[in-house]
Design a protein around this ligand. Sequence first.
Ligand SMILES: [Fe+2]
Length: 246
Amino acid sequence: MFNFFRKKQAERPEIFFHTDIHCHLVPGVDDGQSTPEGGAELIAREKEWGIERIIVTPHVTQDTFENTPDTLVPAFGRLRDAVRERGVDIDLKLSAEYRIDAFFTSQLDKGLVTPMPNNYLLVENSFIQESWNLDKILFDLKMRGYKPILAHPERYAYYFTNKNRYHQLHDAGNLFQVNLLSLAGNYGKEVKQMAEYLIDNDMVDFIGTDMHNEKHCATIESYLMSKDYRHHAAKLRDRIFNDTAL
Ligand SMILES: [Fe+2]
């Protein structure tokens, strides 16, 4: 009987870091959650895994999600209220995931970007091709005092045949954030293999969920109980900066 209960307890998903730096749970501003209650539900689930702090990162993308503090701050307030109403005690912060495009550079010039604590800034490439002038933009960000974190490098298929580009970007002082969903196999075998390549080459600085919805949440929960997860966690545990940098 005793062993039975021990086994049950071990089957709860548990995570090896306590700060999620990438998710789409702010209601109604991107392709993530559409209601505050939906966002609060997924935050409650993250808390059950052992997450204590979440930096929410809605998309800011030219044409599709041209968010500014005017759209994000009130929506974030609605999320925070719903989380409080649900009685979930968790540290929530607002930042964003910035696509490197002309909208981003214009927001930057106007002083309208919302960095993470300690001036970390989550940026992403387009999925079709590398962003125009990427090296110069990343360099300029660093000159302005930001610390750019490239979101999910393992998902940019145009780098798969040019792995050297990962090394160039990382050697230039750009930090890499890999998605738990990539390691869980959510985007296919090639993306998972690329995430593992980045782990094995010591290029993973942060982990994020990149969770948008219930399906993502369920995928992560099954992954957290897998052998794969234990294998990845053992390699990443002392390597990532989620809980120490920001
Ligand atoms: Fe994202």
